[in-house]
Ligand binder design. Structure first.
Ligand SMILES: C[C@H](O)[C@H](O)[C@H]1CNC2=NC(N)=NC(=O)C2=N1
Length: 80
């Protein structure tokens, strides 16, 4: 689940393998473009960590972050 800490909304994801992780990142990338809101993230093999905040608002968590987090969760639900 998402955690809000230090002005960031964060969540870590674990997938079966790198292909699954990267497929997820591709879908998030398209979503981020559509929403014009972009994650900080890192990936190694099957793990993806995402941190969201809004630099335009002074690096705090805003509605844009909450909306993107929600949309990312929906992406995952669609796949299950
Ligand atoms: C100009 C453009 O709308 C801004 O730079 C957007 C793009 N994506 C963004 N993404 C994030 N995470 N924070 C922002 O403040 C932000 N600003």
């Amino acid at each position: 689940m998402w955690q809000e800490k230090d002005n960031k909304l964060t969540r870590a994801f674990t997938f079966a393998d790198f292909s699954e992780a990267f497929a997820f990142m591709t879908r998030v990338a398209l979503l981020a473009e559509k929403m014009n809101h972009h994650p900080w993230w890192s990936n190694v093999y099957n793990k993806v960590s995402i941190e969201l905040n809004t630099h335009d608002a002074g690096n705090i968590v805003t509605d844009k972050d909450r909306k993107l987090a929600e949309a990312i969760d929906l992406l995952l639900e669609e796949r299950e």
